[in-house]
Design a protein around this ligand. Structure first.
Ligand code: UDP
Length: 245
């Protein structure tokens, strides 16, 4: 394990995208469990308000990856070495490619009714041979949860992608980790919406200019409140550094 970056009390593992994909594929094929969180600034800020979520990230997650320009900046600013951003959506696509190549069945859990199925169809179109062993939308009552776990386990999937939004997806995966059969458990936020073509991602040049947040704000102005986490995150990281000196 590489030296972790302590960002506002959250331990972030500075893997590159290639390293993360290689490790997670290899571990899945070897039947080793990984509960993965791609931690963007919003998630790290959620953990500041929610002690149980912070504990989950510290004690339960096997791999916490640096998602978003904010997390990469913070790690490097605090004196750690974080080589690059490992965005949740990009990692999800890379893992689908590996799943298709290695014949690893996957399960899509989350999103509005029908969206996981549409994402699965697009996934099979992009990576022929991809086996999506099951789909389930992300709207359910507590009574339905054991049935969802059973459906996931019965499907034979070895990778489970949960798109319920943070922190719900991590809390759900953690609550059922002991009874879930898949080896890879990963929360992926709105990724099915993107793969299904319902939500667009920022163009590459904007991502490279670290402006993805701005693109999202223009496209989905309702996210404004949520996005205030970003300047708060920058201020908190600056404060942490000046207190360390
Ligand atoms: N969602 C869900 N169940 C819920 C709440 C949300 O399946 O109870 C889904 C929602 O349909 C969306 C995703 O979770 O697809 C959350 O997307 P968001 O854009 O908030 O995630 P982000 O990518 O920003 O983490």
């Amino acid at each position: 394990m590489k030296e972790t970056a302590n960002i506002l009390g959250v331990a972030v593992h500075p893997y590159t995208m290639d390293e993360a994909v290689a490790k997670l594929t290899k571990d899945t094929l070897a039947a080793r469990r990984n509960f993965v969180v791609t931690a963007n600034a919003e998630i790290i800020m959620m953990a500041q308000q929610d002690a149980a979520y912070k504990r989950l990230l510290l004690d339960e997650a096997d791999l916490v990856l640096p998602d978003g320009a904010g997390t990469v900046w913070a790690g490097n600013y605090l004196g750690y070495s974080i080589p690059e951003r490992v965005a949740g959506y990009d990692l999800y696509l890379r893992l689908l490619k590996e799943a298709a190549d290695e014949k690893i069945p996957v399960y899509f859990f989350g999103g509005k009714p029908g969206i996981a199925e549409e994402a699965a169809e697009e996934g099979r179109r992009r990576w022929p041979g991809l086996s999506v062993a099951g789909c389930r939308n992300g709207y359910f009552s507590p009574e339905e949860e054991p049935g969802i776990v059973e459906d996931i386990n019965r499907s034979g999937a070895a990778m489970l992608f949960a798109a319920l939004g943070a922190p719900k997806q991590e809390k759900w995966l953690c609550r059922y980790a002991q009874s879930l059969a898949p080896y890879l458990l990963m929360g992926i936020g709105g990724s099915f919406d993107v793969l299904a073509g319902k939500v667009q991602r920022a163009p590459k040049w904007m991502q490279d200019a670290r402006l993805e947040w701005f693109y999202r704000l223009v496209k989905q102005p309702s996210r404004f409140g949520r996005m205030l986490a970003l300047p708060k995150f920058v201020m908190a990281v600056r404060r942490e550094k000046s207190e360390k000196k």
